[in-house]
Design a protein. Structure first.
Length: 141
């Protein structure tokens, strides 16, 4: 099992944009974000074999509480679930795509996923855990 924290504000996977000439491209901020996630994953996987077979992921997305909120509201919302945008499935897709070919061959190997997005008092970031099926509690399978 691997586990690592990426101290960068989570960015959702964006739909490809199409130019007037018909060329499709992924927005720059999404490409940069995936590149950062990939770099951290390469570091963690150094000397380890890429995962084959079924894998599970546990991904937590942390967003700083807005500074426009009162101190009392920021304190009460820290650690609470975030019900506003971005959508969790788009956040998940950006991370799992970034791990392709580094942690596992392809994100189609993911058979179990746990995700959450919540407010944090100080740091935005992503906490990522990935493991083989046998690393997970047998009762969940």
């Amino acid at each position: 099992m691997i586990k690592f924290f990426v101290p960068v504000k989570p960015v959702p996977m964006a739909r490809p944009r199409v130019t007037r000439t018909g060329h499709a491209y992924t927005p720059k901020n999404c490409v940069e974000y995936k590149s950062i996630i990939s770099a951290f994953a390469r570091d963690v996987m150094r000397g380890k074999e890429i995962y084959n077979g079924e894998v599970w992921v546990d991904i937590s997305f942390f967003f700083m509480t807005p500074t426009s909120w009162s101190k009392k509201k920021r304190e009460s919302m820290t650690g609470e679930g975030m019900t506003s945008r971005p959508d969790i499935d788009n956040l998940y897709k950006a991370v799992t795509d970034a791990l392709n070919g580094i942690v596992y061959r392809d994100d189609s190997q993911i058979t179990w996923a746990i995700m959450r997005k919540q407010y944090a008092e100080t740091d935005s970031g992503v906490l990522i855990s990935v493991g083989r099926k046998e690393d997970f509690q047998k009762s969940w399978w």
